[in-house]
Ligand binder design. Structure first.
Ligand SMILES: [Zn+2]
Length: 213
């Protein structure tokens, strides 16, 4: 399969589906990662401008994604609603060039304005692909868990290792007085989703479209 991950910000897809990505890449599928902003303007002082690209490169390598399959767009963070058309056109282009069998993207339940644009434009752009919306518990009012992907412990470990690469994001969260995105919660979240389908670990998704050819 060709699988495309759509991520508004650099660690969204890692959080939402990093375990499943580790599994799919281990199983020999070709994975593409498209991120739509680097959020360079809110980097903590003293960090080099290219640190995000480096962190993204390290994290995606851990998840088994080739550097040539990374796509970086630079829309201004929190202003995606003003760029809906451009974002849609980028996605239509990706749909033509990559022709993914499966797309992972933010879910329709996500309240962050950038994630919401990704979910609605992604649904329009990838008409020929199966689409799973990933879970972001920190942003969702509710979530319809209509699909589960079971994971081995090693895939959850890879997800945590990938998330640990985003040191600049963590510094920023600390600067803002917030606890860095619940890394210590990743295992218990995967365990909880796993228990729902009686396996050790899992990630849950909302099915936006499922195509069986
Ligand atoms: Zn985000």
């Amino acid at each position: 399969m060709r699988i495309l991950l759509l991520s508004a910000h650099i660690d969204d897809a890692d959080i939402g589906c990093g375990g499943s990505v580790a599994r799919y890449s281990y199983e020999g599928n070709e994975i593409y990662y498209a991120v739509f902003t680097l959020n360079e303007e809110s980097l903590p002082d003293g960090l080099p401008k290219d640190i995000m690209v480096k962190e993204l490169g390290e994290a995606t390598r851990i998840l088994g994604i080739r550097p040539s399959n990374l796509i970086i767009k630079k829309y201004p963070v929190r202003r995606f609603p003003q760029f809906r058309q451009e974002i849609l056109e980028d996605m239509v282009q990706m749909s033509k060039e990559i022709s993914p069998n499966l797309v992972f993207m933010p879910s329709k339940f996500d309240t962050h304005q950038d994630h919401a644009v990704m979910a609605s434009e992604g649904f329009r752009a990838f008409k020929m692909s199966s689409i799973l919306g990933y879970e972001m518990p920190w942003n969702n009012l509710s979530f319809e868990s209509s699909a589960f992907i079971s994971l081995k412990a090693e895939y959850v470990d890879r997800k945590i290792k990938a998330l640990n690469c985003y040191k600049s994001q963590k510094l920023r969260e600390v600067e803002l007085g917030r606890e860095p995105t619940g890394l210590k919660d990743i295992t218990s979240w995967a365990r909880f989703r796993g228990r729902q389908i009686r396996v050790e670990y899992a990630e849950a998704f909302h099915v936006l479209r499922w195509i069986i050819r």
